[in-house]
Design a protein around this ligand. Structure first.
Ligand SMILES: Cc1cc2nc3c(=O)[nH]c(=O)nc-3n(C[C@H](O)[C@H](O)[C@H](O)COP(=O)(O)OP(=O)(O)OC[C@H]3O[C@@H](n4cnc5c(N)ncnc54)[C@H](O)[C@@H]3O)c2cc1C
Length: 341
């Protein structure tokens, strides 16, 4: 017996920001942790795969998705005192990420402001350790609750368990195993802005002119709206490639040939700006003449899909760009969204 409503042959085009048409063999929405576990067990008993879908803003869907697609609608937000400096905020995995950021700021809880306007759900945020403007979700993460499909039991995962890295975590590396139902963040009562990222420098507080978390959030929303296409108008999944990390020797060789190369040091080596590599290779504004798939004219790192082409068409353009970047710079570009189906 299962309390969630199962449907068959459901088109997911409206549920992914690339606007790809994809039919799920089975589909259900869950609005409770219990429903999530029930849906998971239903699929496990029949030995069929599961895809957990949030806002669909970081996936490329194949035309048919075998098995059960669970659409996460688990809501709720609870604040609990942690100590005199901070509050623990526990959020249902189906809540909108951006709405959660704004709610915390309105309650005087700080830390998530630089992650404003990232699309998608709270449950997906730890999956790729979302990041923007010098902050990553791991910086304010406390713990999460997930259903472990393999063990068929609930687990509580702390930061060490999650193995957060750049756009990566244990959840991204073990797809379909952990179904996240709730995420908790430790947020500060004191606003300490992170303004190290170039475009935020204009916000430096001056004497007599205090800065608020809401102001930082508003500024970031304005910057992002200028730079990134709205998926409702131009289907996309945000940055399509990760910024590649190379060793110092390779960076120095590249810098000799490309003196303007945009890059910054990280503990593992030097991280190159993938958008710059793609732009300088001539693909900014590129569109495939048949499918329309291409790179955004304002931000070369964003793949756009104006004609709602399918995953095959998307990966044809992706492969062409990856090969061109490999030939020109000797650098491998890794895809950021998850291929499903
Ligand atoms: C315009 C635009 C801008 C973006 N900007 C950024 C940015 O600045 N920084 C950034 O990091 N990302 C960015 N993204 C990518 C995307 O918004 C994030 O990765 C977001 O966290 C995805 O959330 P989602 O709910 O849409 O996940 P989905 O796309 O639905 O799922 C992504 C993956 O997570 C898994 N998943 C989803 N929910 C759960 C869950 N509850 N438990 C376990 N697994 C789950 C899915 O199975 C899938 O593998 C951007 C995307 C767009 C379209």
């Amino acid at each position: 017996m299962i309390s969630v409503t199962l449907q068959e042959q459901v088109d997911l085009q409206a549920f992914n920001t690339l606007g790809v048409s994809a039919v799920a063999e089975f589909y259900c929405q869950v609005n409770s942790a219990q429903g999530l576990a029930e849906a998971s067990d239903w699929a496990s008993d029949r030995n069929i795969p599961i895809t957990l879908l949030g806002g669909g803003s970081n996936v490329v869907l194949q035309p048919t998705i075998a098995g059960l697609v669970i659409h996460n609608q688990i809501m709720g937000l609870q604040c609990d005192p942690h100590d005199e400096h901070s509050t623990l905020v526990s959020v249902g995995a189906g809540e909108s990420w951006h709405d959660t950021v704004r709610t915390t700021l309105e309650r005087g809880l700080y830390g998530l402001e630089n992650l404003s306007l990232i699309p998608g759900t709270v449950g997906a945020a730890p999956v790729q350790n979302i990041g923007a403007y010098g902050v990553e979700v791991k910086d304010h993460f406390w713990r999460l609750t997930a259903f472990d499909r393999f063990a068929r039991e609930w687990v509580t995962c702390d930061s060490a368990f999650c193995q957060f890295a750049y756009r990566d975590s244990v959840f991204k590396r073990s797809p379909g195993r952990y179904l996240i139902s709730e995420v908790s963040f430790l947020l500060s009562h004191r606003f300490e802005p992170v303004l190290s990222y170039g475009p935020l420098a204009a916000l430096q507080p001056t004497a007599g002119n205090a800065l608020t978390g809401i102001q930082v959030s508003d500024h970031i929303c304005a910057l992002r709206s200028q730079k990134l296409p709205n998926p409702a108008e131009l289907p996309n999944a945000g940055s399509f490639f990760k910024n590649p990390v190379v060793d110092v020797a390779q960076f120095q060789r590249l810098k000799q040939t490309f003196p303007d190369l945009v890059a910054y040091e990280v503990p593992e080596g030097v991280k190159l700006a993938a958008g710059w590599l793609i732009d300088q290779a001539g693909f900014k504004g590129y569109r495939d003449p048949d499918t329309g798939v291409g790179m955004h004219s304002e931000q070369a790192l964003v793949l756009v899909n104006p004609k709602h082409a399918d995953a095959t068409a998307i990966f044809k353009t992706v492969a062409m760009i990856q090969q061109a970047i490999q030939r020109r710079y000797g650098v491998a570009l890794e895809v950021e969204p998850v291929l499903i189906g």
